[in-house]
Write a protein that binds this ligand. Structure first.
Ligand SMILES: [Zn+2]
Length: 81
C-alpha cells in the first residue's frame, strides 16, 4: 500500500481534495465569495492520480471546462471548444 506514486500523492495532499465535482464546485464558490482566493474565477478538475477533484485558479489546461464564479458554480466556458 505504500509503494504507489508517493511523490505524486504527496503533491495531491498539499491541495484540497473533494470526492466529487459538485462538492468541489460548491467549495470553490465559497472560496471565491469569501475572498480566500484573489481571483474572479476558478476551475475544478478530476485528478488522475488520486481520483479526487481539485480546485485551481489557473486556467491552464482546464480553461475549456466550465468555470466557477462566486455567484455561479457552473459557468460555461467562454472559450471555443
Ligand atoms: Zn489528486
Amino acid at each position: 500500500m505504500m509503494s504507489r506514486g508517493r511523490a505524486v500523492i504527496r503533491g495531491c495532499l498539499s491541495k484540497s481534495r473533494y470526492s466529487d465535482e459538485p462538492l468541489a464546485r460548491a467549495h470553490a464558490m465559497h472560496m471565491l465569495g469569501s475572498g480566500v482566493v484573489a481571483s474572479e474565477k476558478a476551475w475544478v478538475y478530476r485528478c488522475a492520480e488520486c481520483a479526487g477533484w481539485h480546485i485551481t485558479t489557473r486556467a491552464g489546461g482546464n480553461h475549456l471546462s466550465a468555470s466557477v464564479r462566486a455567484d455561479n458554480a457552473w459557468v460555461p466556458s467562454e472559450f471555443a471548444q
